[in-house]
Design a protein around this ligand. Structure first.
Ligand code: ADP
Ligand code: C5P
Ligand code: MG
Length: 226
């Protein structure tokens, strides 16, 4: 089998998981500048591919997203690999126009990079496929939130998000997929003692503070400079 695209010693990958509306995107955005991460949301990459003129996967992605189903892993992994490639090759810039900034450039030289990958892996085959073909992840940040709170947040977000899946019917399907298909992935990493869990029902700033503390402790344990 071909070697993974990235060397795990050079490229730090942290997966950010949690139910729909747990606050993954919100928290990742708040963490990038402090740690020099590039934030990649699997869902955002899929929506961009869905809207890309000439994409052969547009309809398939749209159908899966509306039904809250997991898109076949080859598609999502290829999108992530491309986005990672692009960020590493450009020293920390993303296609979306984000740049990690001068204070973090040393973490992005000579093929190095550090990523928060949000909303991935959502199914066991994605976890295994990514490890084998892209690179090993370091740990998983898991944002814990009740369905009741997530439902309220998503209905509120749906008023302005324009997302085809921020409606009660799709949300219920997404919750089901999360419990049946995505929680087993979290449990798989838990068994390996690689899950850092934070309560994301608190206000946004407190969640960020708790994540920072938990991440700094984990980096110290792993011997990785934050
Ligand atoms: P996810 O990426 O996990 O689906 P988002 O980050 O998009 O979740 O958050 C879902 C919605 O909830 C957004 O409208 C966001 O502004 C809001 N939100 C996120 N975190 C919190 C929080 N801690 N308290 C209240 N609202 C939040
Ligand atoms: O993370 P987000 O809520 O943006 O994901 C939206 C949808 O994109 C999911 O409900 C699912 O249909 C699809 N998705 C996927 N595989 C992932 C991430 C998202 O199929 N790893
Ligand atoms: Mg999100």
């Amino acid at each position: 089998m071909a070697a993974p695209t990235f060397e795990s010693e050079k490229v730090l990958v942290i997966f950010v998981l949690g139910g729909p509306g747990a606050g993954k995107g919100t928290q990742c955005e708040r963490l990038v500048s402090q740690y020099g991460f590039v934030h990649l949301s699997a869902g955002d990459l899929l929506r961009a591919e869905q809207n890309r003129q000439g994409s052969q996967y547009g309809q398939l992605i749209a159908d899966h997203i509306k039904e809250g189903k997991i898109v076949p892993q080859e598609i999502t992994i290829a999108l992530l690999r491309n986005a990672m490639d692009q960020a590493v090759a450009s020293g920390g810039k993303t296609l979306a126009g984000h740049d990690v900034g001068p204070e973090h450039k040393d973490k992005w030289t000579g093929g190095k990079g550090r990523f928060l990958i949000d909303g991935f892996p959502r199914k066991m085959d994605q976890a295994v496929g990514f490890d084998e073909t892209v690179c090993n992840s370091r740990f998983v940040l898991f944002l814990h939130c009740s369905e009741e709170v997530m439902l309220g947040r998503l209905l509120e977000r749906g008023k302005t998000s324009g997302r085809a899946d921020d409606n009660e019917e799709s949300i219920k399907k997404r919750f089901r997929t999360f419990v049946e298909t995505s929680m087993p992935v979290v449990d798989y990493y838990r068994k390996q003692d690689r899950v850092v869990e934070v309560d994301s029902q608190q206000d946004v700033a407190k969640v960020t503070e708790d994540i920072r503390k938990a991440m700094d402790q984990t980096f110290a344990k792993l011997g990785q400079a934050a």
